[in-house]
Design a protein. Structure first.
Length: 702
């Protein structure tokens, strides 16, 4: 840390919020005494706010509920004085005032909840022991005050942290087991079961770990405890897979780690849903047309199985409840409310009418268990969970002729070129790596189409590859073909809508995304996708309303990015900067210099900055250039994507954003779209909404 205003090095602290509240100095490890409960709550609350700030009014509501505001503001000032005194914050730099807000300097703290969130989303096996050690207690254990506002906030935060703990522990148990760190994996599993006692995928993995380490009696005791809990609390019995593992352990069957069925993978169902199911049908929210009467008719075991299997979001819930209702009780009728008439004017000339049930996903081939696992994995992919490729590969290995799984695997293979790689690697090197990954996706797609020529996911894969290769007409035909095969498939609708916006056909994209939203209004990723054509059409207030209805930091920060773009278009630059800053907590756990720089630039808008002095911004945030006097720098990213032949083609659609209107009049823009082959595509398939031909060889855009 740099010096403070008095020239002294600024202190840093470690803040522990899991378990009992604890604040210690980095310099010597000594504990900082914060005697007041409200002072501790202020520090914890500011540390978990997306932008580390909160208004005084909100803090008063948090600490004292609906009591008279004026006297409580005096009490708040007293609490802040005590907090600053304990931190030695003489200059008010750690806990500062900014207008009506109180702001925490987050750079002065390392916080266990931040670290836990990072472990919950990271794909590497680094820091596994740390992930396990972090999950050591309830959020703000033992800390309470008489305030409904505080209790509501703590309950909501505790639920989120509990889900993140389950996800981190599940990943840690799986990875530690693969590293032959059996004891550490067992510890992670035991901590997970403390949070989720009836999580049977975790329990099965733990039973196997005990058996492998020669502790069969401990494995059998786990099963007996689960069986008693299910029978007593739910009137149910363990799942078939769990009973099978119990039989293996009872007989002394030992399997190698390599030989374990993929169904025991922690990634299969250990990560808890953001909206966990309760013990009774009445506890379950009614998503996707499932009403309480229908829910009450399902067997109790459905709820336990669904809770263990679901990962996140209403779409996953709807898919799983539909599957299990049909498998466990064929008499149950689960229906979907009809889509409002006229919600789709014309998806495309090739796709035909769109009216069937969005959840009626055709699955050709495969036994019921394979179908169920496939649909679980598909729901996980739609919820943007990482790490499903290995599970899909295991499913395909068990049933290589099951075309839907092969197609989903092709769709799930990443072509992992990130913004920083576009600038740090040579063009040839970047293109080589992308082509290798694209070939892997393409081969899997071809294999799926050999098994089933009508497999839509494989056509989407090929369409996305051709889009990146700038073969626009071929990509268009493939996307239309996929949509015609399954007009209500979310991925087909979303992919075609993205394609239409990339080529500038915004008026055609809007009804596609609106129909997708009508089919499934509760899935965050679908809401975000539906907001983009609204933004591109200048309907910012509608986009803001849609995005603000979603949970903060939804879908790994994509909601923050879209909302920042919408706020900026409305001139709400400080709010846009707050959303950019919130991306740090969602993706980077509070670090990331380039995001910090982007937020500062956004907050300075509409001041002009010397273009050459601006940093290279990520593709998703390069719209900031338009508000800082350097609009032509917005072309750097699409030009690099074209030069490499890789990157994220979906981001090219923002060339048709209203903020890019002046940019579209430049020769640089016209040269880019000519080189990309878009002009030939427009002449063949129709011009975009804001461009038109001039003579035989030229064109203009508004």
């Amino acid at each position: 840390m740099g010096p403070n205003g008095n020239g002294r090095p600024q202190e840093r602290w470690y803040l522990r919020l899991l378990g009992e509240f604890e604040l210690t100095k980095f310099s010597d490890g000594s504990k900082v005494a914060l005697a007041g409960r409200r002072e501790r709550i202020i520090l914890a609350h500011l540390a978990l706010c997306p932008n580390f700030r909160q208004s005084r009014r909100k803090l008063v509501e948090l600490l004292w509920g609906d009591k008279a505001e004026a006297p409580m503001l005096d009490n708040l000032r007293t609490c802040l004085w005590h907090l600053r005194k304990a931190l030695g914050d003489i200059d008010r730099r750690i806990v500062s005032s900014d207008g009506k807000d109180i702001v925490l300097d987050a750079s002065a703290f390392a916080i266990d909840v931040w670290a836990l969130r990072a472990h919950a989303v990271q794909s590497s096996s680094a820091g596994l022991d740390d992930a396990v050690s972090l999950c050591r207690g309830e959020f703000l254990e033992g800390l309470s005050i008489e305030s409904d506002g505080f209790e509501t906030w703590r309950r909501d935060e505790a639920a989120r942290i509990r889900d993140q703990s389950v996800q981190a522990l599940g990943r840690a148990m799986k990875d530690l087991a693969e590293l032959d760190k059996t004891d550490a994996a067992i510890e992670a599993g035991l901590r997970l079961l403390q949070l989720e006692p009836v999580c049977e995928p975790a329990l099965r993995q733990l039973m196997r770990l005990y058996a492998q380490s020669g502790r069969r009696s401990a494995a059998l005791e786990l099963y007996q405890r689960l069986s008693d809990t299910l029978r007593t609390d739910f009137g149910s019995e363990p799942e078939t897979e769990t009973t099978a593992v119990f039989s293996e352990v009872s007989r002394g069957v030992r399997q190698s780690k390599r030989g374990q069925p993929a169904a025991i993978s922690a990634a299969h169902g250990i990560a808890a849903s953001g909206m966990p199911f309760g013990k009774r049908p009445g506890d379950v929210p009614s998503y996707s047309g499932l009403n309480e009467t229908q829910l009450a008719r399902l067997p109790r075991k459905t709820w336990i199985y669904a809770r263990n299997a679901l990962i996140a979001g209403s779409l996953a819930a709807a898919l799983m409840l539909t599957i299990f209702a049909q498998f466990l009780n064929p008499t149950v009728s689960i229906t979907k409310p009809p889509v409002a008439a006229g919600s789709v004017s014309n998806v495309s000339a090739q796709s035909g009418a769109v009216s069937s049930n969005a959840l009626a996903i055709p699955v050709r081939g495969g036994d019921p268990q394979t179908n169920g696992e496939f649909l679980r994995l598909r729901a996980r992919r739609l919820s943007r969970e990482s790490g499903i490729v290995a599970d899909l590969e295991s499913l395909v290995a068990r049933d290589p002729a099951f075309a839907p799984a092969v197609g989903l695997l092709a769709r799930s293979y990443s072509t992992p070129v990130r913004d920083h790689e576009l600038w740090s690697a040579s063009i040839n090197e970047t293109r080589f790596h992308w082509q290798m990954d694209a070939e892997k996706k393409q081969n899997a797609a071809f294999r799926a189409l050999q098994l089933d020529p009508n497999e839509p996911r494989s056509l989407l894969v090929l369409s996305s590859i051709e889009t990146a290769r700038e073969n626009w007409i071929v990509a268009d035909d493939l996307a239309r073909q996929a949509l015609a095969l399954d007009p209500n498939d979310f991925e087909s609708l979303n992919s075609y809508a993205i394609f239409l916006t990339v080529v500038g056909r915004l008026e055609e994209a809007l009804p596609v995304t609106q129909h997708m939203l009508a089919l499934e209004p509760f899935v965050p990723v679908i809401n975000i996708s539906a907001s983009i054509p609204l933004l591109l059409s200048g309907r910012n207030k509608e986009a803001i309303s849609l995005l603000e209805s979603l949970p903060a930091n939804a879908v790994g920060g994509f909601r923050n990015e879209a909302l920042a773009r919408a706020y900026a278009a409305e001139g709400r630059f400080d709010e846009a900067a707050d959303q950019i800053r919130a991306i740090l907590m969602t993706r980077y756990g509070g670090t990331g210099e380039i995001i910090e720089a982007a937020a500062r630039l956004m907050r300075s808008a509409p001041a002009a900055v010397e273009p050459a002095s601006l940093p290279v911004l990520p593709g998703r945030l390069n719209f900031i250039y338009a508000y800082t006097g350097a609009p032509e720098r917005m072309l750097e990213y699409p030009e690099r994507v074209h030069d490499t032949g890789v990157g994220l083609p979906a981001l090219l659609r923002f060339l048709f954003d209203p903020v890019s209107a002046q940019l579209r009049k430049t020769e640089r823009f016209k040269s880019l779209v000519r080189n990309m082959g878009l002009v030939e595509y427009w002449r063949e398939r129709g011009w975009p909404d804001m461009c038109r031909p001039v003579g035989r060889d030229d064109f203009v855009c508004d």
